[in-house]
Design a protein around this ligand. Sequence first.
Ligand code: PHE
Length: 375
Amino acid sequence: MSAPNKSYDPVEVEALKPEEIERMRDEALAAFASAGDLDALREAKTAHMGDRSPLALANREIGALPPQAKAEAGKRVGQARGAVNKAFGSRTVELEAERDERVLVEEAVDVTLSYDRLPAGARHPLTTLMDRIADIFTAMGYEVAEGPEVEAEWFNFDALNFTPDHPARQMQDTFFVQGPEGTEGDESGVVLRTHTSPVQARSLLERKPPVYIVCPGRVYRTDELDATHTPVFHQVELLAVDEGLTMADLKGTMDHMVQELFGEGTTTRLRPHFFPFTEPSAEMDMQCYVCRGASVGNPDRPCRTCSSEGWIELGGCGMVNPKVLTACGVDPEKYSGFAFGFGIERMLMFRHNVEDMRDMVEGDVRFTRPFGSEI
Ligand code: PHE
């Protein structure tokens, strides 16, 4: 057993000297004062208040002192730790206040900014209009039908009673596509469909009457793109074949469509016309839904929508030519039908005051978005 170390003076333990304790305290206070943010303050806390900090180590030395020295050293260390604690607390309050202020500035929301920073996009108005028209007819029991855009000349013309020398077949109207055996030009027998009417023949060949179909689709003609023409445009075709259908059914059906699209009471009228695949044929006009005819002969009230005509041309229609029924295997003695075809671009123009057709083609969302995202 070794004798007690007489020369050991516990009061003289280096770490517990008053000036040492003061230095530890001052260093802690200085570290807290210079901590620029809460992260730095947290580091300073570990260094000066943590288990291995000088003051914690000094505190641990107290236990080894003789009782008479403990009180004095304990008081000194306790006061120093108290001051350090207090300084830490008030620096924390300061830095938290600074942080809160900064967050308020940095994360401030400008409520005057447009909320629409990530636009939801919009469907093309031609699509929504075609869908709407198809909905009107499916609600009446019609079926949506489709056909190919690259079409056999037979369906596009022959089945529809266009004679071989009909001017509409000519290359100035029709895009001919290279045929299967490398045949080209108007010899190929393959065209980009010039109207949706070939779907009439296709539908009749695929189904047994009664047939009620609506066919929205893209069609092609060799027109230059300008304010009122585009070589690629859209039509909606309507075909009803059943027993006992008459022109009155055609007119009633179209009256219903224009009233759904343009408001109650909108009427239509028929003007005699010619199409090879309908007999009799007509052009259908609807009453101008803006002026309701009030602009006619009234220079004080001009109407831009109908050019003060009172009527707006919708499209072509008629009773399906018996020759078409026969070509498609339908007995014209038993069945009759009506058909109607009209352009969607034109309808979008007068329904929404679109003045230039090119706007519909260019795909600029600034044109599309104002129509809304109506489904
Ligand atoms: N297909 C014709 C056109 O494009 C329109 C039409 C359709 C006419 C149906 C009569 C019947 O002009």
